[in-house]
Design a binder for this molecule. Sequence first.
Ligand code: SF4
Length: 404
Amino acid sequence: MQNHATSAGMDNTIIFNTCAVTAEAQRQARQAIRKAKRNNPEANIIVTGCAAQVDAQSFASMEEVNLVLGNEEKLQAQSYQSADFGLSGQEKVRVNDIMSVTQTAPQLIEGFGDRSRAFVQIQNGCDHRCTFCIIPFGRGNSRSVPAGEVITQINRLVENGYKEVVLTGVDITAYGTDLPGNLSLGKLVQKLLKNAPDLARLRLSSIDSVEADDALIDAIANEQRLMPHIHLSLQAGDDMVLKRMKRRHLRQQSVDFCRQMKQARKDIVFGADLIAGFPTETDEMFENTLSLVDECDLTYLHVFPYSPRPGTPAARMPQVNGRIIRDRASRLRAAGANRLENFLQGQTGTICSALTETETTARSEHFAPIDLAAEGLPGTIVNVKITGTANGKLHGTVQGEMAP
Ligand code: SF4
């Protein structure tokens, strides 16, 4: 987006790439737009992303906003070349039906500014319709980036100095079902590790464990360049809630998956998304989700207090009282903080391989944040002696740069 805007000669333009996953994300986007305009009254403002895709009109009606682009339009050079910042109301909206999009437009990216980690999108959209989720209406149906393009992109980033790549998408375990050649996420991972031999670290974003294929499990077990940190889209630990969410797994399957993964790779750590206070959730149902934190040995929790998204089936189900939702969310967060602290303390005294993010911070292979005692060069892989923990982070001293 930045390249397209720059090539189109735009200056003093701010692009807001919004999120629609919760009502709160959308509220924050509006707040940030107003603040940006106050601080820079001469700037032109473009709003795009999922919130713009699902609710274009509400952004077009903001006087601070000059143009609203859909998720497909934001990636097209033409949208920036033909931009007119003098329009009003409905005329500002350039948003097409995202459900009509069947391919991902490959975008060859050279770098990520001063970030030390690169992100490569391998898939977009989702064919599922979980009852709480607005994402498919922002992103459309599932479509995959052909493997050859993923490999070209990764090798380009490696040439540009990136040591770690994260594979991203909305439903990455659905990878390949729309492509010829019987591809899957696991097969893609194996293929790209083979064809990008100089890539030091590969990381996966969130996966749906019931969709994990044998090749993926094999890769997690045997590919040391695939990082031992998996984020799981679990959402709940109660079968009735999972059914009402229209998820495709049961509680026991999550527990079994985590056990199987631990057997395959002993040091693996899990993150997970969990929703607190889904409609109709009773105390007993909530306890089943809470106990999943220990049973699945989850280290990093993303806890979402349930908020209804207009137009989704769950928004029409009997809602849980807001105070109870907040209370359950804080109990889940406390359980997560506890487990994270246990994990971090277990790292004290070890030497770990870490990617430096800034001169004084790094992340371990397990994605644990590390504060470094002395300054180093961002974007390098170093050995760090872990000396202690504080405030949910490791503390450590760099021992030396690792051979790639
Ligand atoms: S699988 Fe994920 S993105 Fe797709 S509908 Fe469900 S929660 Fe939303």
